[in-house]
Design a protein around this ligand. Structure first.
Ligand code: ADP
Ligand code: MG
Length: 474
């Protein structure tokens, strides 16, 4: 205790913490404040200890102004706030990579004891009530705020605190794999966690379109309207899909007006600025442009590093900073590609129970680093690898049977074909037993919407894609 120090601001910090605890959601508070400890004070300056530089940067970006304001309110001084990094002691360190967690039993005598302090982990402590439309791991707490997304992330957090007020509607745009779906779903998850009575609907524009078509087809227009016009928050992902779907655009236009007039929050995402969308009616375009439009850019190196570091901590895998750096220097496109590279290394380490050195990483990721796109992939290869993965034959995928055991792998194979190749839906349909192009579209949409709600889907797809690529290099 620093009793001789005449500058002891610890009491203000304690009170600031008490107040912040009431102002923030439990999840947010546990996530970011339980691991901050008072360190010391000097004249006009208060130091706080945090467990890592990643943590420091995130807390600064998220909360520093708030912390400063609080301390000013309480003390009457404009205190400077410093962060010192205090590594946790050994017993407190995150557990070493334990193969046991991955389904194998290996004796680990030196395994550290279970931590009692909540560690930096997004899906910590209390389980949240899951919203049926949303992936539970798409939350603000594990979204790294960096150079490329500060505005968008802050806008989304503000929306989740006061839906339907300041930024309505909000449209987030940016290329693939930059975090649009993560952010838009985080709004839903955050609101749902604090107030499960608020009616939230998350839907991709593609699903919205298909549901609308189905509704017309089955004379259920009324139910469809009710479903989307009676929500408190409407989240529509990937509205670029609506280009040239005039009927759906018309429907969405009316949905928009109904919700807007009753101050219900709407958030949309799009892969480009709205001005660049083609075949969109002017009146719907002007609706999207109303409110706030924010973009997501490709992350710079520091942000890529912070994101991967966070994923490594979250997954508790023994990937060193040097290896993270290697990946971040070489994968510059988007976060999805970064994650894919990491997943691949983890699978490798897990399989061989081996530490990933920089050399191993370089070796394992050779093709990712050099040439992400491959033009030599055929549908035959995709069918063969996918069928093998599901323990079926290529003929099954091309055949007529529609049992569940075959229909789903077939949908996956169609989806992957559209992901990896330039074939049109018509061409894909032909190669999969002469099916109609709408069947292919439907298949892709099914797989995609499952990926949005089921976190185990993406690794499966990634694994098959990896095997196809490996197959392609043989
Ligand atoms: P988009 O919808 O823009 O194509 P996603 O939201 O699906 O992109 O993001 C791709 C992947 O990258 C997801 O796994 C997401 O969790 C992750 N991701 C993107 N940005 C971040 C970030 N800033 N922090 C943590 N994870 C991120
Ligand atoms: Mg998306």
């Amino acid at each position: 205790m620093d009793t001789l120090n005449r500058w002891d601001y610890s009491i203000f910090w304690q009170e600031a913490l008490n107040q912040l605890k009431n102002e923030l959601s439990d999840q947010e508070f546990v996530m970011w404040f339980r691991n901050i400890a008072y360190s010391n004070s000097e004249e006009g300056r208060l130091s706080l200890a945090v467990p890592s530089s990643f943590y420091r940067d995130q807390v600064k970006q998220r909360y520093l102004p708030k912390i400063r304001d609080k301390l000013y309110e309480l003390s009457g001084f404009q205190l400077e706030v410093d962060f010192v990094i205090q590594k946790r002691d050994a017993a407190d360190a995150p557990p070493a990579f334990s193969p046991a967690e991955h389904g194998k039993t290996v004796s680990t005598p030196e395994a550290p004891a279970q931590r009692s302090v909540p560690r930096f982990s997004p899906v910590s402590d209390e389980p949240r009530k899951k919203h049926p439309d949303l992936r539970p791991d798409y939350i603000f707490e594990n979204f790294v705020i960096g150079d490329n997304n500060t505005l968008a992330a802050n806008a989304c957090m503000a929306i989740s605190k006061n839906p339907g007020t300041a930024y309505n509607p909000c449209l987030i745009y940016g290329g693939v794999g930059l975090g649009k779906t993560h952010l838009i779903q985080s709004i839903g998850n955050s609101v749902h966690a604090t107030n499960p009575d608020i009616k939230i609907s998350y839907v991709t524009a593609e699903t919205f379109t298909n549901e609308f078509i189905e509704a017309i087809h089955h004379n259920k227009n009324h139910q469809f309207k009710n479903k989307y016009r009676k929500v408190d928050i409407l989240l529509i992902d990937d509205i670029h899909f609506l280009q040239d779907k005039t009927g759906t655009q018309e429907e969405l236009f009316h949905t928009f007006n109904a919700l807007y007039d009753s101050n219900k929050q709407m958030v949309f995402t799009c892969d480009r600025p709205v001005s660049e969308l083609k075949q969109l009616t002017d009146r719907l375009r002007s609706r999207f442009e109303r409110g706030l439009n924010v973009d997501l850019q490709a992350p710079a190196f520091e942000t890529r590093f912070a994101i991967l570091k966070q994923k490594v901590e979250e997954k508790k895998v023994p990937i060193t900073d040097e290896v993270i750096e290697l990946i971040c220097r070489n994968v510059t496109t988007n976060v999805r590609d970064l994650e894919a590279a990491l997943t691949r290394l983890i699978a490798y380490a897990d399989l061989l129970n081996k530490k990933v050195t920089v050399d191993i990483a370089r070796q394992q990721l050779k093709d990712v680093f050099s040439n992400p796109k491959m033009s030599n992939i055929t549908m035959e290869m995709i069918q063969r690898v996918t069928a093998e993965y599901f323990n079926l034959s290529s003929n099954d995928l091309r055949g007529k049977k529609r049992t569940k055991a075959i229909a789903f792998p077939r949908q996956v194979a169609m989806f992957i074909t559209r992901e990896l190749t330039e074939f049109s839906t018509t061409e894909v349909g032909l190669e999969f037993g002469g099916r109609d192009h709408t069947t292919v579209m439907h298949a892709c949409q099914r797989v995609e919407s499952r990926m949005q709600t089921d976190p185990s889907m993406e690794p499966i797809i990634q694994r098959i894609i990896r095997q196809i690529k490996e197959y392609g290099t043989k």
